[in-house]
Design a protein around this ligand. Structure first.
Ligand SMILES: [Ca+2]
Ligand SMILES: [Ca+2]
Ligand SMILES: [Ca+2]
Ligand SMILES: [Ca+2]
Length: 510
C-alpha cells in the first residue's frame, strides 16, 4: 500500500495555472454576502502568484455589484473532481497574512452539489457533499483578545445534506498561530473523515462520510447572519471605491493524494490532439483508476516517447522528443504530478532518429535511452546519468528493414540484462532481441504473430506479478487495449483490458 500523488501546485510561476485551477461558475458565484470574482486577474492579481505562493483576496468594494455597496468581492479557485476510491487526501499550507478582520471566512474544502429535485438548477434545498476547514476572522480575533485561549478552526462535513442546513460543525483548537503557515490535511476514507493540522489529528468523523466525487476549493468571503460562527454585523461592504479595504490569505502549496494504492503497474497516455496526458493505475488487466497528469503540453511537436525512472526515486518519469528541433526532455514525475521538466543536455536534430524505449543497458543503476533510425536502420543506446548523456553507442546489429519497430525493453529471459521487443508492421511478426549491453546475443521470434497491424505494442510491465514481463497492446482502429501475459518469448495468454478508449488521439506512451 502506498500513496500516489494526483495533483500538486507549489505556485512557482507568476500567474495562476489555469489548467490546474478553475474559477467559479457565474450561477454559483454568490456566497454569504459575497460575490466571487469570475476573472483570474483580480483573484490572484499580477503579484499574487509569486515567491512560490498564491494570495486569495477579499475586497469590501464590489465593482460588479448591481446595487453598489450590497456585497463584498471575494475569490475562489477550484480543481477538477476527485473520487473517494481507496481514500483521498487533500492538503494545503496556509497563513492568514492579511489584516485580521471579524466576519471573514478563509476556506479549504472539498465540494459538490447536484440538482436533487431535477428542476434544472441548483438551489439551497439540493443535496450536497462537503468536507471543510474554515479559518474564521471571528475565532482568530477571539483568541487574540484572550491570550489564554488557543486559536480555533472550524471543521464541517456534509453527506447529501441540503446546502441550507448547518452540517456537522466542530471547532478544533490549533497549537499555533493562524497568522503563520500551518498545514491542513483532510483524509477522506470509505468509513471516516480525518482532519489533521500540522500532522496532528484534530477530528475524526464516522457518522457523516461523503461519497460523491468532489473538487477541492480555496476561497475567501464574508459570511451572512445565517452562519453565526463567522458573521460580524459591523463588517460591511462599501459602495465607495476609495474606501475599499483588502483582506487576504496566502497558500504555499496544495496537494491531493490517492491513499492505499495497491499497484505499481501504470500505463501512461498522451492525447496528441489536446496536449492532455494521463496515467492508468492497473490491477492486472483491470483499470483501477484513470488520472489526468496535472500538467498538459499543448505543443504537438513534443511527443512522449518512453517512460522510465531517471532520478532513481522509484517514480516513473516521461521522456519527450521534439522532432522539429531535435530537443529531448525528461519530466520527473511524482505520480500524476509533474515535479520538474528538464532538457536532456544533448539534442539530436536528425528527425530520422526516434527514441523508442528506456532501460539500464550497462547495469550502472541508471536508466538509458534506446534509439532507432528509421532511414538507415541503425540502432543506438544513450548511456545516461539522469538527463545527461554520458556516452552514445551503436547497437552492434543494424536492422535495415524499417517495418520493424522497437517497441519496448525488459529483461525477458531473466539473465539480468535488458532486452528489446520488436514488431514488424508489414507482416505482424514480433520478436525479442536478447541483449548483452549494446550487443545482440540472440534474436528470437515471439511464438505468436498478430497480423492485424492496427494493433501496436505500446508498453511493457509485469501485470500479473509472476516475474515474467508482459506486453501492452492498443488497437488504433477500435480503441481496444490488451495485455499479452508472456513467458519469455512465448505468449501464455492474451486478455483485453476492461476499458476501451475509442478516441484514438489518445496514445499509450509506456
Ligand atoms: Ca523518477
Ligand atoms: Ca545505465
Ligand atoms: Ca535479458
Ligand atoms: Ca507477467
Amino acid at each position: 500500500m502506498s500513496l500516489f500523488t494526483l495533483f500538486r501546485d507549489d505556485f512557482e510561476g507568476n500567474s495562476l495555472d489555469t489548467y490546474k485551477w478553475k474559477l467559479p461558475e457565474p450561477e454559483g458565484s454568490f456566497l454569504g454576502r459575497t460575490q466571487l470574482r469570475l476573472d483570474e486577474q483580480p483573484t490572484v492579481s499580477n503579484d499574487s502568484v509569486s515567491n512560490g505562493s498564491v494570495i486569495l483576496r477579499l475586497d469590501t468594494h464590489n465593482p460588479s455589484a448591481s446595487t453598489p455597496g450590497d456585497s463584498f468581492f471575494g475569490s475562489e479557485i477550484r480543481t477538477a473532481k476527485f473520487g473517494q476510491s481507496s481514500g483521498l487526501a487533500f492538503e494545503a499550507r496556509i497563513a492568514w497574512t492579511g489584516p485580521i478582520q471579524r466576519g471573514i471566512v478563509a476556506g479549504f474544502f472539498s465540494y459538490t452539489i447536484r440538482d436533487g429535485n431535477g428542476d434544472g438548477r441548483i438551489n439551497k434545498t439540493d443535496p450536497h457533499d462537503e468536507i471543510t476547514f474554515e479559518l474564521l476572522g471571528n475565532e482568530i480575533d477571539n483568541a487574540l483578545q484572550n491570550p489564554n485561549q488557543k486559536q480555533q478552526v472550524l471543521t464541517n462535513v456534509y453527506n447529501d445534506d441540503p446546502l441550507e442546513e448547518p452540517g456537522d460543525k466542530e471547532l478544533v483548537p490549533i497549537d499555533g498561530d493562524l497568522r503563520n503557515f500551518n498545514t491542513f490535511r483532510v483524509e477522506w476514507l470509505s468509513d471516516r473523515v480525518r482532519w489533521l493540522i500540522n500532522g496532528v489529528e484534530v477530528r475524526t468523523e464516522f457518522d457523516t462520510v461523503p461519497d460523491e466525487d468532489m473538487d477541492i476549493r480555496l476561497n475567501i468571503w464574508a459570511a451572512a447572519d445565517n452562519f453565526p460562527h463567522a458573521f460580524d454585523a459591523s463588517f460591511k461592504p462599501t459602495s465607495n471605491p476609495a474606501e475599499n479595504q483588502t483582506f487576504s490569505y496566502e497558500v504555499d502549496y496544495v496537494k491531493i493524494e490517492r491513499l492505499n494504492v495497491n499497484t505499481d503497474d501504470f500505463i501512461f497516455w498522451r492525447n496528441q490532439q489536446t496536449g492532455e496526458n494521463a496515467v492508468w493505475l492497473m490491477n492486472g488487466s483491470n483499470l483501477l483508476e484513470g488520472v489526468g497528469i496535472d500538467t498538459h503540453l499543448p505543443d504537438s511537436n513534443w511527443k512522449i516517447e518512453a517512460t522510465g525512472d531517471f532520478n532513481n526515486d522509484d517514480k516513473t518519469d516521461l521522456v519527450w522528443r521534439d522532432e522539429t528541433t531535435g530537443e529531448n526532455a525528461i519530466w520527473y514525475m511524482d505520480g500524476a504530478h509533474l515535479q520538474q521538466g528538464v532538457l536532456i543536455n544533448t539534442s539530436l536534430p536528425d528527425s530520422n532518429w526516434d527514441i523508442e524505449a528506456t532501460g539500464d543497458f550497462n547495469n550502472d543503476g541508471k536508466t538509458d535511452l534506446v534509439w532507432r533510425n528509421y532511414a538507415t536502420g541503425q540502432n543506438a543506446i544513450w548511456y545516461m546519468d539522469g538527463a545527461n548523456l554520458q556516452q552514445g553507442v551503436f547497437i552492434d546489429a543494424p536492422l535495415s528493414d524499417i517495418d520493424w519497430k522497437i517497441e519496448g525493453t525488459e529483461d525477458f529471459n531473466n539473465d539480468g540484462k535488458t532486452d528489446l521487443v520488436w514488431r514488424d508492421y508489414a507482416t505482424g511478426q514480433n520478436a525479442i532481441w536478447y541483449m548483452d549491453g549494446a550487443n545482440l546475443q540472440q534474436g528470437v521470434f515471439i511464438d505468436t504473430p498478430l497480423s492485424d497491424v492496427n494493433w501496436r505494442i505500446e508498453g511493457t510491465g509485469d501485470f500479473n506479478n509472476n516475474g515474467q514481463f508482459d506486453l501492452v497492446w492498443r488497437n488504433y482502429i477500435t480503441g481496444q487495449n490488451a495485455i499479452w501475459y508472456m513467458n519469455g518469448a512465448n505468449l501464455e495468454q492474451g486478455v483485453f483490458i476492461d476499458t476501451t478508449v475509442s478516441d484514438t488521439n489518445w496514445q499509450i506512451v509506456g
